[in-house]
Design a protein around this ligand. Structure first.
Ligand code: SAM
Ligand code: DTB
Ligand code: SF4
Length: 367
């Protein structure tokens, strides 16, 4: 049962969201227990592999170049640093690593080759690898899949209507296309949204309704509360009450009984009791570590204490799907072959110095 047939209209979903809170939590907890082990919560880590400087205008995002925030633009992280960070995350109990890039879309260049190598390396560590890199075409999705990518994260963020108030540089339809491309390549889909951006409750339900209409709804739905960042258009947005987060998690759980509902951004503003109700209502994962992509998250020790107090246990990797096999990437092999050929040619040129003739010097390999 990918979606719950009892809630087959927007109106029914809206009534569900508005149910007396404890009734809603009880119903969600009942569904949760049928399909999941309620003690298990997955710890995932986020890693910003390419921070800031993004050309898009997502109103919530501190990484958009056009907003004046404290986030500085960096170039792509090295594969070695990613491996080191992934090992740290694994040692701290994370079974999944989500690598995020502040890109509008993926380009077929050396940076993408490096991301392919990152995916292969993290998959080799027996962690679920997730990427969120912006828009993706079918070929790129296939390369990621072959590298060993477990999931692709691409959020619809809100209802189609409210989306237009938040983002103008990318259409809702384009987001659906990217999700479709990941799906076609056989990658597990992670897609969710943000509450607290000034949307109506109908928009929260509208987001869920978009997923309900999919032939294959996401295996994973992250629910974020807006982290209002100074310098972004949504900086002065009033924080939502944690009851709203609990309602959104519970409604998502009931509507998508088999899906992993992730309690994502916004936990620093929640109490342990508020988070406990989210776990009760079906949240099966948190982001662990003191940083999300660029904004703060609860300290590792705080979460450890919360797990101990609530009797939660961490979820093992690949409980919801087999570990992908990493295959060699043809494009990288071909690029490395050409580079080696060029290097050999340069070497050979050095050896064929003819008396009275100076061979032309090669200034840069990238020319
Ligand atoms: N650039 C890629 C993209 O937009 O698809 C990937 C990275 S982007 C930061 C990933 C997601 O993080 C966004 O779709 C949004 O849902 C979430 N996000 C970004 N800024 C946020 C904020 N201030 N509060 C809550 N969620 C946020
Ligand atoms: C998702 O839905 N939430 C995560 C993950 N997918 C990539 C990102 C949250 C980002 C919060 C803002 C920041 O730290 O920059
Ligand atoms: Fe860029 Fe993604 Fe931020 Fe939008 S959410 S501005 S696409 S990094």
């Amino acid at each position: 049962m990918k979606i719950n047939p009892e809630y087959n209209s927007k109106e029914k979903l809206l009534n569900l969201y508005n149910k007396p809170l404890l009734e809603l939590v009880f119903e969600a907890a009942t569904v949760h227990r049928k399909f999941h082990n309620p003690r298990e919560v997955q710890m995932s880590s986020l890693l910003s592999i390419k921070t800031g400087g993004c050309p898009e205008d997502c109103g919530y995002c501190p990484q958009a170049a056009r907003y004046h925030t404290d986030v500085e633009a960096h170039k792509l992280m090295s594969v070695e640093t990613v491996i080191e960070q992934a090992k740290n995350a694994k040692n701290n109990g994370s079974s999944r690593l989500c690598m995020g890039a502040a890109w509008r879309d993926v380009r077929d260049n050396k940076d993408f080759d490096s991301v392919i190598e990152m995916v292969q390396a993290v998959n080799d560590l027996d962690m679920e690898v997730c990427c969120t890199l912006g828009m993706l075409n079918e070929d790129q999705a296939v390369r990621l899949k072959n590298a060993g990518l477990f999931a692709y994260n691409h959020n619809l963020d809100s209802s189609p209507d409210f989306y237009k108030d938040i983002i103008s540089t990318r259409e809702y339809e384009q987001r659906l296309d990217t999700i479709g491309n990941a799906r076609k390549a056989g990658i597990s889909v992670c897609s969710g949204g943000i509450i607290g951006m000034g949307e109506a409750i109908e928009d929260r339900v509208g987001l869920l309704w978009s997923y309900m209409q999919m032939e294959n709804p996401p295996e994973s739905i992250p629910i974020n509360a807006l982290v209002a960042v100074e310098g972004t258009p949504l900086a002065d947005q009033k924080p939502i009450e944690q009851w709203e987060m609990i309602r959104m998690v519970a409604t998502t759980r009931i509507a998508f009984p088999e899906t992993m509902v992730r309690l994502s951004a916004g936990r620093t503003k929640m109490s342990m009791e508020g988070q406990a109700l989210c776990f009760m209502a079906g949240a099966g994962s948190i982001f662990a570590g003191d940083k999300l992509l660029t904004t703060p998250n609860p300290e590792f020790n705080e979460d450890k204490e919360m797990f101990d107090i609530l009797g939660l246990i961490t979820k093992e990797p690949f409980a919801n799907g087999e570990k992908p096999v990493s295959k060699p990437d043809e494009k990288i092999i071909e690029r490395k072959r050409k580079e080696a050929e060029r290097a050999a040619q340069i070497e050979a040129n050095r050896g064929t110095k003819v008396e009275g003739f100076e061979p032309r010097k090669v200034v840069s390999e990238n020319n």
